[in-house]
Design a protein around this ligand. Structure first.
Ligand SMILES: [Zn+2]
Length: 288
């Protein structure tokens, strides 16, 4: 059972919003693509976890603090007798493994980050956190490659890797002998949920200034900034879809807050962010 749902990672959301409001640099666009692909892989994995027959709690997308570190877990499966840490990867194409490093097979054979390194770090930090919480459950951790177009050559057989063709079997095998979840598992899951900090400084944000971003109120269907209003509705001039003004204003308020969490949300701030396209009295009413 999904006990903590996955939401779009803040870093991805920031990059997506910047992409529609300024020209990203080449490396930033590549990073956005990698983030998007990673997130798609996680959603694909989520669609497969429905095959788990065992009594278990699934916590997706955890950012947990421990001492002065923050660690991230794509999916944590709490089964009655074991905790499974899952690092989901959506690599596509041919790679090879050599001396604990991962390289793309196609020349120039460039090294990519070995996800087992992040997995080991997460496992170590989770184990320390468990000790602190007085929890003695066994931990198993795996990198799960979900993309059917992925192949890894030369990886040692004893690595904690689940390949695309094994994911369903792997999930079906999460089958505790006869145990069932009890209250202590729920208490533990709630504790982790309370420790989860979505705003933890886990990544270096790209640098951007308010002045350089395009202002306006984009259509939620086609991103166009051109619209006309009639009564409580906005009509997109490109795709003709209709939305209430309230919905559209609340969306740019959310965008504004994601990109500039330190700036106070006021009628004037949102009026300017929306490029003066909607009357201040309408914005004020929605904000209230
Ligand atoms: Zn539109």
């Amino acid at each position: 059972m999904i006990y903590k749902a996955r939401t779009i990672p803040r870093e991805l959301e920031v990059y997506q919003l910047l992409n529609s409001r300024k020209n990203l640099l080449d490396y930033e666009r590549k990073h956005l693509y990698a983030l998007q692909k990673g997130y798609e892989g996680e959603l694909l994995f989520d669609s497969m976890t429905s095959f788990i027959k065992a009594d278990c709690l699934i916590l997706n997308d955890l950012l947990l603090p421990h001492n002065k570190n923050t660690f991230q877990i794509d999916s944590l499966i709490i089964a009655p007798d074991t905790l499974y840490i899952i690092e989901v990867e959506n690599f596509e194409g041919d790679y090879f493994y050599e001396q604990d490093r991962l390289y793309t097979k196609i020349p120039p054979q460039s090294e990519v980050t070995n996800p087992l390194i992040q997995l080991n770090r997460s496992e170590s930090l989770l184990r320390q956190l468990l000790q602190q919480l007085g929890n003695s459950m066994t931990i198993q951790s795996y990198v799960v490659f979900v993309n059917p177009e992925f192949t890894l050559y030369q990886a040692p057989i004893n690595k904690q890797i689940v390949y695309p063709g094994q994911v369903n079997r792997f999930l079906k095998n999460i089958r505790p002998i006869s145990l069932k979840l009890d209250n202590s598992h729920y208490v533990f899951a709630d504790k982790l949920k309370s420790l989860h900090n979505p705003n933890a400084p886990f990544y270096l944000p790209p640098s951007y200034q308010y002045e350089e971003l395009q202002k306006g109120i984009p259509c939620s269907y086609c991103d166009s900034l051109e619209f006309t209003t009639k009564g409580p509705y906005c009509y997109c001039l490109v795709c003709s879809k209709k939305e209430t003004m309230e919905k559209r204003i609340l969306r740019i308020v959310h965008h504004f807050n994601v990109l500039f969490p330190e700036i106070k949300i006021t009628t004037n701030a949102i009026y300017d962010w929306g490029c003066g396209k909607l009357a201040k009295r309408v914005i004020r009413r929605v904000l209230q």
